[in-house]
Design a protein around this ligand. Structure first.
Ligand code: UDP
Length: 333
């Protein structure tokens, strides 16, 4: 798809998914205005974008409406990906998450509305389904956020749909399932299994498999996710919610097998789903989008980029027990 001459705002542009999306939009002919407060994002993720001559970067808190409003002038599309991620810190600092993920989203919606943008696409989270009971899980499944990160992303989605309804802002919300790929976070908090395992592999340490490793996740490759954002923006979809998943669900033990290495086990966390698996029929039908990268291909790409995790923290059983205390204290099955 090419979108010559379009002006796009990407919030969270320096982050994992935001930086890939920025690259894709620029490759498609867009000019991109990138916003990020660099709390998780890395400026280095934007090296290619900065070289393109069609990218400007603004270090800014998206909840600051006065600061961001002027940056939306003339934008055709807004992609709102700026958010705080991860479960445990959201339990420890709920206000912080509310500020970024709820106030930030409302502020972006207002800026988009005032600028009269043509479409806003929101990065929602499959964590809104909590412990789902139906697999694959359709968009109509019950909403049951189990921790503040999930709650704030869900309030963000509700706000997006509300701005669509009340103010006529054309919006699409994409519920992303376990996105992975190069540039996935390499530092800081314990979380996101790929980063944990790749750092362990580099250090020659065992993979810390949660429970018996038979739990499955709908691991979705970032390139496929980026295409879903682009397809949503370049469509007539309005006020719609779509799951974005890989079309399958893969046991942690299969990931271990593909990565190769010794294993140790850590206790299963309360409230952890045994399975996440998106029903993607809605987005396939409405947007003609389909995932293209198989799990095996995606894992190979991660192994090709394993050096990116050379400086990442190497988690072990004791470190994980310490880092997940709040999880065991507050979450229940
Ligand atoms: N996982 C694991 N070892 C780890 C971290 C995660 O086996 O050190 C598993 C975890 O049980 C889950 C999957 O990997 O089944 C994905 O975990 P992640 O935190 O990436 O995502 P989420 O649990 O939020 O889907």
């Amino acid at each position: 798809m090419a979108f010559d001459g379009k002006l796009a705002v990407v919030t969270g542009a320096a982050g994992f998914i935001g930086s890939h999306l920025t690259d894709r939009l620029i490759a498609g002919g867009c000019t991109v205005v990138g916003l990020d407060n660099l709390s998780n994002g890395r400026r280095a993720n934007l090296e290619a974008a900065e070289r393109s001559g069609r990218f400007t970067f603004h270090e800014v808190d998206v909840a600051d409406i006065d600061a961001i409003s002027p940056l939306f002038a003339g934008a055709d599309w807004v992609f709102h990906l700026a958010a705080l991620a991860d479960i445990v810190p959201s339990i420890e600092r709920p206000l912080h998450y509310h500020h970024s993920n709820v106030n930030g989203t409302v502020s972006v919606l207002e800026a988009a509305r005032r600028a009269g943008v043509k479409r806003l696409v929101y990065a929602a989270s499959s964590s809104c389904y909590g412990l789902a009971t139906q697999f694959p899980t359709p968009e109509t499944a019950a909403i049951a956020p189990a921790y503040p990160y999930a709650l704030t992303k869900w309030i963000g989605e509700s706000s997006v749909l509300h701005w669509g309804k009340v103010y006529g802002l054309p919006v699409v919300s994409l519920r992303l399932f376990n996105v992975y790929g190069p540039r996935a976070r390499t530092s800081g908090t314990y979380g996101a299994v790929f980063g944990v395992f790749l750092a362990q592999k580099l250090a020659g340490k065992p993979f810390t498999v949660v429970g018996d490793g038979s739990q499955t996740r709908d691991f979705t490759f970032v390139g496929d996710v980026v295409e879903a954002f682009v397809a949503a923006a370049d469509s007539q979809a309005d006020g719609e919610v779509f799951n974005v998943g890989s079309g399958g669900t893969y046991p942690i033990n299969r990931l271990v097998e593909l990565l190769g290495g010794p294993v140790t086990h850590v206790p299963k966390r309360p409230g952890e789903p045994d399975c996440t698996f998106a029903d993607t029929s809605r987005i396939r039908e409405a947007l003609g989008w389909a995932p293209r990268v198989s799990f095996e291909q995606g894992v190979r790409v991660m192994l090709d980029h394993i050096e990116d995790w050379r400086e990442a923290p190497v988690w072990d059983k004791a470190g994980i027990a310490d880092a997940t205390q709040a999880w065991f204290r507050y979450l229940k099955d």
